[in-house]
Design a protein. Structure first.
Length: 156
């Protein structure tokens, strides 16, 4: 029941914030990873671009079970005949990435820019995200990352 209430409250708050923003988004999708985000699990998002210039944002929701203050993400963006691959280190303690400053109900919500001012053309776009987090002083990645509730992609 509490998990359902958290999801409903997040959806309402996110809709209000996005609805009050001057920019228009044309794609928003979340993937739930409540039982742990497996190391080899790619979260896949597919959409048709609507703007000549687009901005992609990744939205991450985590709870108190998440043991780190950052996350490493490997992104793969495929469009037309292009493939953009990048490894990102997102520090959750940076100012401005937490979209809800109060963090009620022990759920934290983060938003960060994946790509800005990118022209996708007319074909469909495919985005894949994988985590690459590992404990300090270890070369072995974590097999199942706990504490991440969902990961979303927003295109505007």
């Amino acid at each position: 029941m509490r998990n359902h209430l958290c999801k409903v409250l997040f959806t309402i708050c996110f809709t209000i914030i996005v609805g009050c923003n001057s920019s228009d988004f044309y794609y928003l999708e979340f993937k739930n990873v409540n039982d742990g985000w497996e190391k080899d699990e790619s979260l896949k998002f597919n959409f048709l671009p609507k703007n000549s210039q687009s901005k992609l944002k990744v939205l991450i929701r985590n709870d108190k079970a998440y043991p780190f203050s950052n996350i490493y993400l490997i992104s793969r963006i495929k469009f037309e005949d292009k493939l953009l691959t990048d490894t990102l280190n997102i520090n959750f303690e940076d100012e401005g990435i937490d979209i809800f400053k109060t963090n009620s109900l022990s759920v934290k919500n983060y938003s960060f820019i994946l790509k800005d001012n990118i022209n996708f053309g007319q074909d469909s776009v495919s985005v894949e995200l994988k985590h690459a987090i590992r404990p300090a002083n270890s070369s072995t990645p974590i097999q199942s990352l706990k504490g991440i509730i969902s990961v979303g992609l927003l295109a505007e």
